[in-house]
Write a protein that binds this ligand. Structure first.
Ligand SMILES: [Mg+2]
Length: 428
């Protein structure tokens, strides 16, 4: 048994322990009633991603309720403003893309479930939305819920005059970032050259490139592209840079393992989503066959699925996306499940909208948080929209992402953007 195998066996054992139902555990904190209420008859079980030692958030005193939920949408981005009964507000964001549909889901299926709820009960607010939408599980509901959850966290920060990172137990600080390519239509030479340039200009010490095609059934973006780009980028950036590769659900296990060996030969450090993400057994097979760390989970928003993935060893690194998974509260639960199993969380954040801000605050507080993802697509439409939506614009200096400072998320929404956005409101 080599060291790698024995480490993974340990993780598996630890994950099973973390995931096992805990019967008869002593009540934890003032929120144990809610947990007890979830238990089927006796004791506590890890409902919706709670680890055995999970403490429900109790950030602000009880007494303020949510009175209004507003959305502001322009193109693929939508902000959420939550107002509390004392008039204070917090800003959040739903998941980008198809934001018009997400906004409708938010008002029809989420907002009326949270109006009148005490803002202090963030765990209960999240769970009530999931429970109420049992016939419409996960994706769109979670994309919408993320807007409310992140707005309530901003509200906490504004009420207490503290950054969210501090509320989570961390500090605002520069965070090591990796430059993330979103492109497969770029030539090998251009991809290699721009990463080498960004290494010099912005001090990046890690990059991620793209392999195959999304859910591509083993097809490549161009014949031989993936095999060629792996060594080409390594040669261009040198040996002192960490490299990751993302296959976006492309491969069957046999092809994934063959490509993975090429990544190992070129000393890559992470292999993301090699197989269709729902094929957990395939991802486990690839994880077990390779030494390189396999990662995934950006689309996953079902907490029981997360528990299974971690417990069965379908990957070495978890990558929840705060806006896909349902918000910071639920992403934190995933990170805690991972932590209990000794697994690093490297959240997915593939654009410079507020998802990257939320992610920085979480990473600043996670004991087992990896590098932050930072899109290098300066010319992408979503980058321009995000830059118009809030300030300060996100940037990387000396290889580190600069965290906005100030209460809540530390950002200011631009008035011009709000003026041009489509507004919808649900209120009491
Ligand atoms: Mg990915």
């Amino acid at each position: 048994m080599n060291m790698e195998t024995s480490r993974r066996d340990f993780l598996k054992t630890a994950a099973w322990v973390a995931a096992a139902p805990v019967v008869g555990r002593a009540a934890v904190g003032a929120t144990s009633n809610a947990q007890q209420a979830h238990a089927p008859g006796r004791g506590v079980y890890p409902y919706l991603g709670r680890t055995a030692d999970y403490r429900e958030w109790s950030v602000v005193p009880r007494g303020l309720v949510i009175t209004k939920v507003e959305t502001f949408r322009r193109n693929m981005l939508a902000l959420v403003r939550v107002t509390a009964s004392d008039g204070s507000v917090g800003w959040g964001q739903v998941a980008p893309y198809e934001a018009n549909i997400t906004v409708d889901v938010l008002h029809q299926m989420v907002a009326r479930r949270v109006l009148g709820k005490d803002i202090a009960d963030i765990d209960a607010i999240n769970d009530a939305v999931i429970d109420a939408n049992m016939k419409w599980p996960w994706s769109m509901v979670c994309r919408a819920l993320s807007g409310v959850d992140t707005a309530v966290w901003d509200l906490y920060g504004r009420l207490l005059n503290k950054p969210v990172a501090e509320l989570l137990g961390g500090t605002v600080r520069p965070l090591v970032a990796y430059g993330s390519s979103m492109r497969r239509d770029i030539s090998l030479a251009d991809e290699a050259a721009r990463m080498a340039r960004l290494k010099d200009e912005m001090g990046y010490r890690a990059f991620k490139l793209r392999l195959g095609t999304p859910t591509g059934h083993n097809r490549d973006a161009a014949p031989g592209r993936s095999e060629a780009i792996i060594p080409a980028v390594r040669k261009a950036v040198g040996d002192d840079v960490e490299l990751f590769a993302d296959a976006n659900s492309c491969y069957t296990p046999d092809v994934a393992i063959e490509i993975g060996r090429r990544l190992e030969d070129a000393n890559y450090a992470m292999y993301e989503e090699p197989c269709p993400y729902w094929e957990l057994e395939w991802t486990r097979e690839v994880t077990e066959a390779l030494k390189i760390e396999v990662s995934g989970g950006e689309q996953d928003n079902d907490m029981a699925q997360w528990r299974r993935m971690i417990a069965m060893g379908a990957g070495d690194i978890v990558q929840p996306d705060i806006c896909y998974v349902g918000g910071l509260t639920r992403a934190w639960r995933v990170a805690k499940m991972a932590e209990a199993a000794g697994i690093v969380t490297k959240p997915h954040a593939a654009n410079v909208s507020l998802v990257t801000v939320f992610t920085m605050h979480m990473l600043a507080a996670l004991p087992k948080g990896g590098e932050g993802e930072f899109s290098i697509e300066a010319d992408a439409g979503i980058t321009k929209e995000a830059r118009a939506m809030f300030e300060p614009a996100l940037e990387v200096k000396d290889g580190k992402a600069v965290m906005p400072d100030g209460p809540g998320w530390g950002i200011r929404v631009r008035e011009e953007w709000i003026q041009q956005a489509e507004r919808k409101v649900t209120e009491k």
